[in-house]
Design a binder for this molecule. Structure first.
Ligand code: SF4
Ligand code: MG
Length: 321
């Protein structure tokens, strides 16, 4: 999958030039039904663009998006609309994702009414039920968003995303705007809803520590590509890509023994702009292990380690030479 944009800017002479931004630059990702895949990487690496492209909220430049057996790539909005109830998104900012003028009950009933899934009376009952499930008093249905804290608003936004019983939910940094004290509760809510409604998640986070418990599989993204993918155990306990190692080195470990045995790696500098032309490995400029081949060849995502994870790094591709 590729998602590219053209951006236009003026140089100091006032001349317009066009640059291609490769936000998603060749990603092959399968998310199985019932799975929670965590997508982790620094801000600007293309995580949100990938999540939005999977829901066809973003154009697809190359490749395809398939959902439950249908190819969504070429579908226009009228064809996508009936599928939308199965694919929902939870955003980072619960303040801007709820309409301030609508009562909570109206906001929550809307997906059911728009998709013709319930009568008004049924919708009222479903609203009360979902509010209870997300840990709120059904009586709040008559109130407006401003009456709620950030954590409560995110519960409401999550309730709206799941009320029509979608199959797939993209959660884009759903706890990073919240107080530390409520982050764990909202993570627990995501886990609880996954069980209850047999949901499939793409859970986007810039913070590896957050996803350890919720993820069935972790994909680490760098500059438009997945550079490492595997089970949480393999990615956390045996990170292979120098970028994953650096991300983990920044996470405080609850286990001092493991902390000491971890490869010392610190992440320096900024990732190159996704508009830059890159040859060789895209992590090369920040990698302490770069070799001559890293300048000329772009490492593919291939099986590494004990076969349980995939990594895009020549340090782990010996077998293929
Ligand atoms: Fe570093 Fe080379 Fe591996 Fe890229 S391929 S991460 S530059 S060692
Ligand atoms: Mg983002």
């Amino acid at each position: 999958l590729k998602v590219q944009y053209q951006t236009r800017q003026r140089n100091w002479r006032g001349q317009l030039s066009t640059t291609t931004v490769r936000a998603v630059d060749g990603i092959d990702l399968a998310i199985r039904s019932g799975e929670a895949v965590a997508l982790v990487g620094e801000s600007g690496c293309g995580k949100s663009t990938l999540g939005r492209a999977l829901l066809r909220l973003e154009h697809v430049s190359e490749g395809a998006v398939h959902f439950a057996g249908s190819d969504l790539t070429g579908l226009g909005e009228p064809m996508l609309r009936p599928l939308r109830r199965n694919m929902q998104m939870v955003f980072q900012d619960p303040f801007s994702s709820l309409n301030p003028r609508m009562r909570i009950g109206e906001t929550l009933a809307e997906p059911l009414l728009v998709h013709g899934l319930a009568s008004k009376a049924e919708a009222r009952a479903r609203v009360a039920e979902i509010l209870e499930i997300v840990g709120l008093d059904p009586a709040v249905a008559t109130r407006h968003p401003h009456a709620f804290s950030g954590g409560q608003r995110q519960r409401i936004a999550i309730a709206r995303a799941v009320i029509a019983r979608p199959k797939f939910v993209v959660a884009d940094e759903p706890i990073s705007a919240l107080d530390i004290s409520v982050q764990a509760q909202i993570l627990d809510l995501f886990e609880d809803l996954k069980e209850r409604f047999a949901l499939t998640y793409l859970f986007i986070s810039h913070d590896l520590a957050v996803v350890r418990h919720i993820a069935d599989r972790v994909a680490v993204m760098y500059l438009g590509r997945i550079v490492e993918e595997g089970s949480p155990e393999s990615v956390f306990d045996n990170p292979l890509h120098p970028y994953t190692q650096a991300l983990l080195a920044a996470v405080p470990s609850p286990d001092p023994v493991r902390e000491r045995s971890r490869p010392a790696a610190t992440l320096q500098g900024e990732p190159p702009s996704p508009a830059a032309t890159i040859s060789g490995c895209r992590f090369r400029g920040r990698c302490a292990h770069a070799m001559p081949i890293c300048e000329t060849s772009d490492p593919a995502l291939a099986t590494g380690g004990d076969g349980k994870q995939a990594v895009a790094c020549f340090l782990h591709h010996e077998q293929s030479f």
